[in-house]
Structure formats: C-alpha cells, structure tokens
Design a protein around this ligand. Sequence first.
Ligand SMILES: [Zn+2]
Length: 377
Amino acid sequence: MPGESAFIYSNRFGEFSFGGNHPFKVERFVLTYRLLESLHLLKSPEIRIVEASPASDTDLLSFHRQDYLHILKEFSREESRRADFRFGLGDLENPVFKGLFDWTSLCCGGTIEAVRQVMDLKCRAAFNMAGGWHHAHAARASGFSYLNDAVIAINNLLKHGIKVAYVDLDAHHGDGVQEAFYSSAQVLTMSLHETGKDFFPYSGFAREMGIGEGYGYAVNIPLASHSDDLIFEQAFQRIILPMLSAFAPDILITQMGMDILRTDPLTRLEMTTGAVEFAARAFLNTGLPWVALGGGGYDKLNTARGWALLWAVMSGQRVGDAFPETTRTLLEAHGYEQMLLRDRPHLAQPDDFCRAQDQLDRTVSLFERRLFPLHGI
Ligand SMILES: [Zn+2]
C-alpha cells in the first residue's frame, strides 16, 4: 500500500562489540530504536517494523571475492583474535571478533530487505540504520566496513535492469560504492563529503567522474572542513537535485552517515540536524522509492537524534522539539545535557564560510563544463 514505511531492525544489531577503544559503537542502534520508541515514532499503522535476516552467500558473492569471505567466516568462528592484513582484517581500524561475520552479514541482509520493501512490497520508503558500509572493497575491509551492503543490494537490482541513484551523505567519501560502479551508466553514484585532501579515504575529488560508459555517472562534491548547513543545502540545490532529476532513476538509495554533525569526534564538517531534515525532505519530495541506510556517526547520542529526525520525515510523522519525560530519562542516562531534539542553528565563521563557498563554486564550475552538459542540465 503506498504511504507505508519500513523500519528494518534486529536486536542482534547491538549484540557485538568492536572493542572498548574503537570509535564505532553498536550501542547506537539500540539507542536509536529506544529513542524512536519513546518519541512514539514506531507506532503508526503505516509503519512496518521488519526483522533483518542475514544475506545469503549468493548475494555476498555478487561483489565480494570468495577467498575474502572464506577468511572472514573463519576468523569470525574463533575465540582468539586473528589478523590478515592482505584483507584489511585484524588491525585497529577493522578489528576481528567472534561473530563478526554473522553481525556484518545481518547488517547487509537488512539493506537487501529494505530494497525489497520498496521495490517488491511497494513501501514508500525503508530505513536500515545498520547498513551503509560504504568503504568495504571486494576483498578488503576498510574504514570499519567489512561487507558492502549497498553494492550487494544494487547488484540485485541491476540484474532486473533497474536504474539506481546512490547518494552518500556521510562525512567520508563513499569510495567502495563508487569503485564498484565506476564504469556503469546504470548506477549514478553521488557523494557529498569532507574533502579527501588530508582526510580518509583520501579520494572523492570532483575530477573523479567515472570511466568508459560510466563517465559522468560518478559525482563527487568535496566540501571544505568547517562548512555549515548553508553550504550543504547549496550542494543539494546546485548539484544533487538537478542530477537526480536528469538521471530519473527507478530507485533512490541514500547513505545517511551522521558523522556530518558538529559534535562528531572524527570529522570536521559541522552540520546540524537541520541539514539532516533538509536532505530527508528533499529525498522524500523526489517521489522516488527511497531506501535510506545508516553509515558513520561516532557521537552515538547525536547519531540517534539525527536518525530519529530522518525517520520522522521518511515516515511522514511530525515530531516536536521537546522530549517527553521518558525520553529525558533515557538521554540523561547517557549524559545528554541539551534537552532538545534538534540542534541550535550554527553558521560557519566568515573565513571558513568563504573557503567553503569557494570550494563549492569551483566544483560547480567544473561540473558546468564537464558534467551537466552530458545530462542536458
Ligand atoms: Zn564516515
């Protein structure tokens, strides 16, 4: 039935640990779920709560190499911590722990299910906050990502001739997804991120536009550090929305990493929750079947707030700014002091704003010459 929204979840999303000192905390999934419950955002009859199940080997093999999957499964079965740096496994960034394969394959299955909900079951939108592992390569873990759920879900769609637009809003460049479809004109990948000049994964420059048939179907919008919501919204108006409209995909898949928020300890983009709501409304207004995935976000409370606001827009629900008493108790237990759902507005310092504006203007000017004419813009 049109108008329904699917929220993909499993209690097992929060059952594993990357280790006490690792910036990625699975607790954010549980926290987001509890926050949504306490804000009454999971109750409407138009909302389906759908249990995630693990991805199949056939799905995983559509992108990942057999030897990589074999090692991942083997390491995941053992109590002792193993490492194989050829596959990016077992270092501080991508730790190995018992149950790792089960956990990452469940996250990946959640994304496949989200796509099924919008394409086969005709939900208007679906959200898998445990997806968005955009740095994983075919045979190498990278940037906390082991299995590339977006690539695997998109591969399933391509078999049926479906045109896909993938928009990645995480603070880091969506390098793994771009790489997978770099020579394809059937998938438009767009990534808005903090410039990779001196920032992981050191890629995602505007000049990276695809190769062969895929030339013009990879779009990168690097933003200067210390940007703000005004720059973010301009990138939407001047690049992302016109490209989406010109490409006219059958489905929109977005990666909604919350490491764009000001409080994130690993990044410097400095957006507020206003940028998240703006992006969510813009995506909803395209009218396309829409799958949103999670991604980065290392301040777990603010990640939960950002995703709560995203979900409210996706599912067509209003949510106020003041927390009900039960929510205050939940957040206070996590040391949260600012008792509003939304951030206060924040504008970049004038020097930073000028730098960010200049960087965006240069990107748009390159696209006016090289990219937009290919799409009739
Ligand atoms: Zn990130």
